[in-house]
Ligand binder design. Structure first.
Ligand SMILES: Cc1cc2nc3c(=O)[nH]c(=O)nc-3n(C[C@H](O)[C@H](O)[C@H](O)COP(=O)(O)O)c2cc1C
Length: 202
C-alpha cells in the first residue's frame, strides 16, 4: 500500500493536508480502514499467500507536517495491523531526521530501532554498491534493501553480485544506452533532463 510521496493515504496522515472535521480528523483512521479492507479482500479472494506491506514517507518538509513523531505513531498502528512488511520511502537511506527528534542517526536506523523487529523493514535510497546494501542491513538495521536507480542503470546488478562479479556493475548510464538498459523513452528523456537524478555520462 502506497502511503508515501504525498499521495492520498499520506494526505490523511499528514497534519499539513488533513483538515477534516469528521472522524477522519484522526490521521490514522483512513490507512487503518484501508488495510482492514485490503486484508478482507485478500482473505476472500487470494488463492495463494498474498503479502501486504505499507510504504511511508517518514517526514514532510512543511510545518506542520509529518515528523518522526507522527511516523512512530503510524508505525505502532501498522505493527498492530499485522502487515507483512513496512517500507520507508526516501531517496537517501542515510538522511538524518529534520524535525521532531534530534539525532545523529539516520531516519532509517531510528525507524528500525523503533520497530525493533516487530515487522520486517525494507530500507531504500541511494544504495549503489553491494557494500552500500550490506552497510544498510548492518548499520541501518533493515531486514531488506530495495534498489531503484542502480538496477535501472545496470539491470544485471543482482545477478552480478550473486556471481561475485561486483566489479563489473555499471555505475553510469551512457548517452547511447537507452535500448540496452531497456528504458522506455519518456523515462529516458526525464533521466537526461533532470540533472543529478541518475548518474549519466555527459
Ligand atoms: C523511475 C522511478 C520511478 C519511481 N516511482 C516511484 C513510485 O511510483 N512510488 C514510489 O514510492 N517511489 C517511486 N520511486 C522512488 C524509488 O522507489 C526509491 O525510493 C528512490 O528511487 C530511491 O531509491 P534509489 O536510490 O535506489 O533509486 C521511483 C524511482 C524511480 C527512479
Amino acid at each position: 500500500m502506497h502511503g508515501a510521496s504525498g499521495y492520498l493515504i499520506q494526505q490523511f496522515v499528514s497534519p499539513h493536508s488533513n483538515k477534516r472535521k469528521d472522524e477522519f480528523e484522526n490521521p490514522l483512521l483512513f490507512p487503518i480502514k484501508l488495510i482492514e479492507e485490503v486484508k478482507r479482500v485478500i482473505s476472500e479472494h487470494a488463492k495463494k499467500p498474498f503479502l501486504i506491506g505499507y510504504r511511508f514517507s517518514p517526514e514532510e518538509p512543511e510545518t506542520p507536517g509529518i515528523t518522526m513523531q507522527e511516523t512512530f505513531a503510524l508505525i505502532d498502528e501498522l505493527v498492530g495491523a499485522d502487515l507483512d512488511y513496512l517500507h520507508i520511502a526516501t531517496t537517501n537511506a542515510w538522511a538524518k531526521p529534520r524535525l521532531g527528534i534530534v539525532s545523529e542517526k539516520s531516519r532509517t536506523e531510528l525507524i528500525a530501532e523503533y520497530i525493533d523487529r516487530r515487522v520486517p523493514l525494507i530500507g531504500v535510497g541511494s544504495i549503489h554498491t553491494p557494500d552500500d546494501a550490506a552497510h544498510l542491513l548492518e548499520i541501518g538495521k533493515t531486514d531488506f534493501v530495495a534498489i531503484g536507480r542502480a538496477i535501472i542503470v545496470d539491470p544485471k546488478w543482482v545477478e552480478k553480485v550473486q556471481n561475485h562479479k561486483e566489479e563489473t556493475i555499471s555505475q553510469q548510464l551512457k548517452q547511447d544506452q537507452q535500448h540496452e538498459a531497456v528504458i522506455p523513452t519518456p523515462l529516458w528523456n526525464l533521466i537526461l533532463e533532470v540533472e543529478g537524478w541518475f548518474p549519466v555520462e555527459r
